[in-house]
Ligand binder design. Structure first.
Ligand code: IVH
Length: 668
């Protein structure tokens, strides 16, 4: 019995340590399998000795039976909200107001941190044990959701005992959030199961926390950052940054992007830095929060009825706006896919003007019931095409018109068809002018031949004026003809000619990609080029040889051989060569040092020791592949500070995770 007790204690300590390393520090020390083994052993022992189970045992996270409802709890200290600011002037005014209030001319120290778009909660620790968790509610009282909060792995059930004394009572506030990737997965799963999807990560976090069945909460991958104190007894803190340091000592998770700044101007610089990082973060933030760092200053500044005078939210421009669908059109892509696109009354979303949003396919239009004339919420995230989130039904006019995709190609009138198992309509006319236009745009685009200045508009004009009727014609263009086009002139024509000239000797792999062969993306083009080393050999490659190349499967092999067997494409290549195109195979492949053939790397988080681009090039130059999403095929995830959902996914899939230093060590 005594032995069991000792083993149980040891197991709990080990499990607490490793789950802290894993969930709070993002720095696992043992494999998942090893963790599971320890966990199973503890469960076994506790099953044999139920009298030894304690509330803070790691086995007690996954909640028991569903609740009937939630109890209401009163917060000892009200949970306040924040004032908002939307520009630098308002922030400077905030700073000046505080200087007047505290009668000082000295610069304040501010702590700046991301404003999480999540759900505010409070955690109460008594002598280091988590005894209660609740929602913010109306600020004075919220709902008791302890069982649900316990399922969040980055919330410690007991505070870590370090050099720093543990307060006899600690009430902290934080933001529970749904990492973006986990949110997308959740919605995918829900859609597959025919369940309604969540509008955004914040709503799904809210819905998950208010689950009456904690077993459901446990299945969802919520996370938390702690950002404030309600009550602390037995420990003295001088600054907000001291508090964050203490939180980390106790095992509470603090946002790694939090920065202490001298003076408002430096603090504003951090805002812009985070605004730039916004889209690479693994969770959604809607701004930054500025707080006076000195707790004495915070006390002196005091609070208004609902918000403190010593803190303010400096919000980012919204990523969602409402606007009107003026028209819906069918757009034909390079491969013949016909997609509905909503033309919008122009609106600024997150600082960028949006005029169109994709509607994906007919099913999507029907599901969201988007009609011409509707007021809609549009959303822009990262560099993905803006999307329509939903229709504002209260604003629907009687005149709103339903839309159905045409039966015939809007560009060539060819009847469209819907391949089995696909949601997308296709035009299979090889001479479809829209496909031609799109394939020229693709040919000239950045990752392909990179012909500067040859964008959508100019391609359309060149086609319209019949200066070109195929990709190859680009290499027969005459400067004089181009200069005569509207809004061109001599200088622009000359620039275009020299950009085309430069592309004559583009790398072979980029030319192969530029041809727009189905299933031949940048990576496949590179791999195939590295194998054959010449255009002629690629043109004549047989399926048998192609499939011997690592990462080339039957689908790619068939698509490549099919493309080069067609008369039309043969003469296209022939004409390109006649036009002076001479793609160059250069041995970009580096054969010395480490080799990464067949390996896929994903880089995530805010990398500090190298740029993402350099790291990816290092990998691809040595035969490896760089990808932006984690899957079972990922060999290594290299994670910098702030890594979130990708890291989590890698762990779930058992993908090896490297720190930046470990990656650097691999390269020597
Ligand atoms: S401090 C007294 N810090 O924003 C100060 N709040 O709009 C109150 N929030 O209710 C909060 N990220 O739920 C603080 N880094 C952060 C935050 C944050 C998100 C939420 C919080 C608050 C709301 C106010």
């Amino acid at each position: 019995m005594q032995d069991n007790k000792i083993e149980i204690t040891e197991l709990r300590e080990k499990l607490d340590f490793h789950s802290y390393q894993y969930y709070v520090l993002d720095n696992p020390q043992i494999s998942d399998a090893e963790y599971d083994r320890l966990f199973r052993r503890l469960s076994e022992l506790e099953e044999q000795h139920p009298e030894l189970i304690t509330a803070d045992s790691p086995t007690q996270r996954v909640g028991g039976a569903p609740l009937e409802g939630f109890n209401t709890v009163r917060h000892t200290v009200p949970m306040l909200s924040l004032d908002n600011a939307f520009n630098d002037e308002e922030m400077v005014a905030f700073d000046e107001r505080l200087k007047r209030l505290l009668e000082t001319e000295e610069e304040f120290e501010y702590i700046v941190e991301p404003k999480m778009d999540g759900i505010a909660v409070e955690l109460v620790y008594v002598n280091g044990q988590l005894v209660q968790g609740s929602t913010r509610g109306d600020g004075l009282q919220g709902e008791e959701i302890t069982a649900n909060l316990k399922t969040i792995a980055s919330i410690p059930l007991k505070l870590r005992d370090n050099e720093l004394a543990i307060p006899s009572r600690l009430e902290v506030r934080g933001e529970v959030f749904y990492p973006t990737a986990a949110f997308r997965q959740l919605n995918k799963d829900r859609e597959a199961a025919g369940e309604p999807t969540f509008v955004n990560p914040r709503n799904s976090a809210a819905g998950t926390l208010r689950q009456l069945d904690p077993r459901i909460t446990a299945k969802r991958l919520l996370d938390i950052f702690i950002h404030g104190i309600g009550v602390i007894e037995g420990v003295e803190l001088k600054t907000q940054s001291d508090a964050y340091f203490a939180f980390q000592q106790w095992g509470l998770k603090v946002n790694p992007f939090t920065k202490v700044c001298a003076g408002m101007q430096n603090a504003i610089a951090v805002y812009y830095n985070l605004l730039e990082k916004r889209e690479s973060l693994p969770y959604e933030i809607d701004g930054t929060v500025f707080k006076l760092n000195s707790i004495e200053h915070q006390r002196a500044a005091g609070i208004r009825s609902r918000s403190p005078r010593w803190a303010i939210a400096y919000k980012f421009p919204a990523q969602q706006e409402t606007t009107i669908v003026e028209e819906i059109i069918a757009q034909v892509g390079r491969t013949g896919a016909v997609t509905p696109v909503a033309l919008l009354k122009p609106v600024f979303v997150g600082g960028v003007e949006v005029r169109r949003a994709t509607l994906h396919n007919q099913d999507e239009i029907d599901r969201k019931d988007v009609r011409i004339g509707d007021t809609v919420v549009v959303q822009r995230a990262g560099d993905v095409i803006p999307e329509i989130v939903k229709v504002v039904e209260s604003k629907r006019q009687k005149s709103a018109k339903k839309y159905t995709l045409p039966r015939n190609c809007p560009a060539c009138s060819n009847p469209l068809f819907r391949p089995e198992g696909e949601a997308v309509l296709r035009c299979d006319n090889p001479d479809c002018p829209a496909q031609l236009r799109e394939s020229i745009i693709h040919f000239a685009s950045k990752g392909a031949m990179d012909i500067d200045g040859l964008g959508e508009k100019l391609v359309a004009v060149l086609l319209e004026k019949k200066l070109i009727s195929s990709i190859a014609d680009l290499y027969f263009l005459q400067k004089e003809n181009v200069a005569e086009l509207d809004r061109m002139g001599d200088k622009s024509a000359e620039n275009l000619m020299s950009a085309i000239e430069k592309s004559r000797t583009a790398p072979l792999e980029r030319f192969l990609f530029a041809l727009g062969i189905r299933h031949v993306g940048e990576h496949v083009a590179r791999v195939v080029t590295q194998h054959f080393k010449s255009l002629e050999k690629i043109q004549n490659a047989a399926v048998e040889e192609l499939i011997t190349i690592h990462e080339v499967g039957p689908q790619v092999a068939a698509s490549l051989t099919h493309f080069f067997s067609q008369e039309k494409n043969k003469s296209l290549v022939q004409k390109l060569l006649e036009g002076g195109l001479a793609p160059v195979y250069s041995e970009s492949r580096i054969e010395s040092g480490p080799q990464f053939d067949g390996m896929t790397f994903v880089f995530t988080g805010a990398l500090e020791k190298f740029t993402r681009k350099d790291a990816e090039k290092f990998v691809t130059d040595r035969g490896g592949r760089a990808s932006s999403s984690v899957s079972k095929k990922t060999s290594y995830l290299v994670a910098g500070p702030g890594a979130g959902s990708k890291l989590q996914k890698a762990k779930e899939l058992g993908v090896a995770v490297l720190t930046e230093d470990a990656f650097l060590a691999m390269l020597t």
